[in-house]
Design a protein around this ligand. Sequence first.
Ligand SMILES: [Zn+2]
Length: 196
Amino acid sequence: MKKTVALLMAIILVALSASALAAAAWTCSQCGYAYNTGSQCVSCGAYKNGSTSFPGVTVTTNKKLATRTGPGTQYDGAGSFGSAGMSVTVYSIWYDAGNVAWAEVLIGNRRVYTGVSRLNNDKNRLNSVPVCYSQYRSARVTSGSTVFYGPGYSYALQDLSVTSGNYVSIVSTENDWAQVEWGNHRGWVPLSCLSY
Ligand SMILES: [Zn+2]
């Protein structure tokens, strides 16, 4: 009788550990690869939530955040926000010409840039943030648009617009939106406004 109980216990333990292992794997909604265990699909690079863009990580700040619209002090100022201990979502990290690291962060309904030194690397979360390099791709503005603080109409408007016939550089894209820059300006416009 004791032996039977012990055997049953062993079977239950094996079954439990097998189901725990099975639960760790996730199936990619983009390509169907079923054996992913990390945050990104090993087959196509999509993230666990199905997005093809980095979903962001949340970290705390160690001081008030002075921000710019782009990753460098040459870009337009975008305001100072919050104080030490605030939580912000980080989408990307960029290095400026002086090798200073800047983080693209979400504050309210604005995506802006701040020095990485103002952020705490809570639980090493910043280590997983993609480092971006501008892929300067020239584009012609085919219909004028106001410029937004992020890739969507729900983001705040910058006090800027792009004018039909002018040229801008696309530095990144996300879904149907392009992050563009010209002169010291950087912001987001619908991709449909551009020819490239
Ligand atoms: Zn995939």
